[in-house]
Design a protein around this ligand. Structure first.
Ligand code: FMN
Length: 216
């Protein structure tokens, strides 16, 4: 049992950050992302959504002296996240430029306490007008997440708007898609909780070592 649970302190909820969607009003990628974040909330997480207009930022420039307010907010949110869920529309067989640009900004976290997405699970979702691009876009997204040292969840979600629609309230009509979005959220939250419990155990062990080095 984690130290804080034994002491009767209620542990703070894990923070899951959702990034993605498109700058199109009624973005289906954003709807899918919201469903996954709602599932994370049901599992006790706090969530933050960074989507659509929040992601309209200058093209990432490595040597720029200043960052826009939106870029700073994105970087800060990822730095403090315990897990992430990213949703992209498929544009020409890959993730959209807007989502890729947001991920390029993660370079600002190269020297962070946890560089890039280190130590965090990342759920990946793609939405396309067909199966082929939905698969290639989620694969591109997972590859980039992996390059950023994140842990893509075992299941990536592909949504084909030819066969799946969302109602006016943003609910997905296909129960299998709903189930997959739920599962991805579950994996991201579970991984965050496991990492937290591991950190608590590590802290406990190092405290014990400091108290009684000879007995360990
Ligand atoms: C610039 C552009 C490129 C697209 N390329 C593809 C594609 O290669 N394959 C595909 O199946 N759908 C493609 N689509 C369709 C989108 O993936 C699909 O409509 C998606 O749901 C849009 O996401 P959104 O609703 O979040 O804006 C493209 C759409 C746009 C605007």
């Amino acid at each position: 049992m984690a130290h804080e649970e034994r002491e009767g302190i209620v542990p703070e909820a894990v923070q899951i950050v959702g990034i993605g969607g498109s700058n199109r009003a009624g973005s289906t990628a954003e709807k899918a992302l919201r469903i996954a974040l709602a599932a994370a909330v049901r599992r006790g997480a706090r969530v933050k959504l960074i989507s659509g207009p929040d992601l309209v930022m200058p093209l990432y420039e490595y040597a720029a002296a200043e960052r826009s307010e939106r870029a700073k907010a994105l970087i800060e949110a990822v730095s403090s996240a315990d897990g992430l869920i990213i949703a992209t529309p498929a544009y020409h067989g890959s993730m959209s430029g807007m989502v890729k640009n947001a991920l390029d900004y993660m370079e600002e976290l190269r020297s962070d306490r946890r560089p890039y997405f280190s130590g965090r699970a990342v759920g990946c979702i793609s939405v396309a007008g067909g199966w082929q691009a939905s698969a290639s876009a989620v694969s591109a997204l997972r590859t980039t997440v992996h390059a950023l040292r994140g842990w893509p969840t075992p299941l990536g979600v592909t949504i084909n708007t030819e066969t799946t629609s969302f109602d006016v309230d943003g609910r997905v009509q296909d129960p299998q898609v709903a189930e997959r979005l739920e599962l991805v959220a579950e994996h991201v939250v579970e991984f965050a909780l496991m990492r937290r419990s591991l950190r608590a155990q590590q802290m406990e062990t190092s405290t014990l070592r400091e108290l009684a080095p000879a007995q360990i």
